[in-house]
Design a protein around this ligand. Structure first.
Ligand SMILES: Cc1cc2nc3c(=O)[nH]c(=O)nc-3n(C[C@H](O)[C@H](O)[C@H](O)COP(=O)(O)O)c2cc1C
Length: 343
């Protein structure tokens, strides 16, 4: 029987592989197909461009999310501290990685808790794999991970393909929608459903909307490919080849945003999956998203320092502001209605 890696080893491997190997999807986000209409006479001062927004009754200073990444090891604790300090300083949102590690081993609670310790006001999202609801988890575990970081919302991530192409993955997704619906009804904080890099179809968006989900993070194809990550972790040739097959799989980030908008027009959408900069976030907002998330760029910055993460966020903010200035758009609410041109 193939040996399954313990959670802490898996977490360390995820970080190492994402930093050292080429794990990019064979697909593109689709955002490159769009261009903004440039306005040569915007009649607006750059200083008046406002990136602020309200989400889940809290104010964010910019529509930027540090996507869920890590926790569960000492290295992960340091990364989480850098990311959370930067989120606090800049007023943006942050997700922690799957907190299953801390449910299984209470010693790991501190590697997540550090986020709230250093970011008392920041918007923080807890994280669990939705599939764990079929492996013994229920409302108690969901409440525990929320309490652990005093989270503003809970992300339930959906990663069927990642589970299917790894040795010993949790592949029973049968009847999950009903269980997600139950959690949505019982938990007091909003629930966000999130893919991990293969996007959201219209059918899935409808299903999630009917469960009572408050937001969908599309995590579309075009960025990190988790089948490629699993390919590098594969313990044997069979698993390696199985994972390698799916380098081109998924629904692009652009198509995913459009799918959710069509299937559930009222749904709050987070754009992620291959988002490279503030221009990509601005395009995603123009397509219908509320904010944009990134994973690896922030991971790389956190390996250097908190200041480096703050600088990265500063650049992304300036990129969004410059787009808004050059398209005569003072407020994010207006950016959502800005016309984009097809290339
Ligand atoms: C090192 C690393 C660990 C991750 N762990 C999680 C996780 O625990 N839970 C989750 O929902 N997503 C996780 N993700 C997925 C990201 O949140 C994101 O959805 C995905 O990487 C696609 O975005 P990207 O193209 O910007 O990397 C992880 C990503 C990275 C790079």
């Amino acid at each position: 029987m193939t040996k399954v890696a313990p959670i802490d080893k898996r977490k360390s491997e995820h970080i190492r592989i994402n930093l050292e190997e080429d794990v990019s999807s064979g697909m593109t986000t689709g955002l490159e197909r769009y261009r903004f209409t440039h306005e040569a006479l915007p009649e607006l001062s750059l200083a008046d461009v406002d990136l602020g927004l309200t989400l889940f009754k809290k104010h964010l200073r910019a529509p930027i999310l540090i996507s869920s990444m890590t926790g569960g090891t000492e290295e992960a604790r340091k990364i989480n501290q850098c990311l959370a300090e930067a989120a606090q300083e800049t007023g943006i949102a942050m997700g922690v990685g799957s907190q299953r590690a801390a449910i299984e081993d209470p010693k790991q609670v501190a590697t997540f808790k550090i986020c709230r310790t250093v970011a008392s006001d920041a918007m923080l999202f807890a994280n669990l794999g939705a599939v764990q609801l079929n492996y013994g988890y229920g409302i108690d575990e969901c409440q525990r991970v929320v309490d652990m970081i005093e989270a503003d919302a809970l992300i339930l991530h959906l990663n069927p393909l990642q589970e299917a192409v790894q040795a010993g993955g949790d592949t029973n997704f049968a009847g999950l929608a009903k269980k997600i619906e139950k959690i949505c009804k019982k938990l007091e904080v909003p629930i966000i459903a999130k893919e991990v890099g293969w996007g959201i179809s219209e059918r899935t968006a409808k299903l999630l909307a009917n469960c009572g989900i408050s937001a969908i993070d599309v995590a579309g194809a075009g960025g990190t490919s988790w089948s490629q990550v699993e390919m590098y972790r594969a313990p044997d040739e069979f698993t390696r080849e199985l994972a390698a097959t799916f380098v081109d799989w998924g629904i692009s980030t652009t198509d995913s945003i459009l799918n959710v908008k069509k299937a559930a027009p009222e749904m709050t959408i987070f754009a992620s999956g291959g988002i490279k900069n503030g221009l990509d976030i601005a395009k995603s907002i123009a397509l219908g998203a509320t904010l944009g998330g990134m994973a690896t760029p922030f991971l790389k910055a956190a390996m250097v320092s908190t200041d480096n993460v703050v600088e990265t966020i500063g650049l992304i903010k300036s990129q969004i502001e410059t787009v808004m200035f050059s398209t005569n758009t003072a407020k994010l609410a207006r950016l959502k209605n800005t016309e984009l041109l097809y290339k």
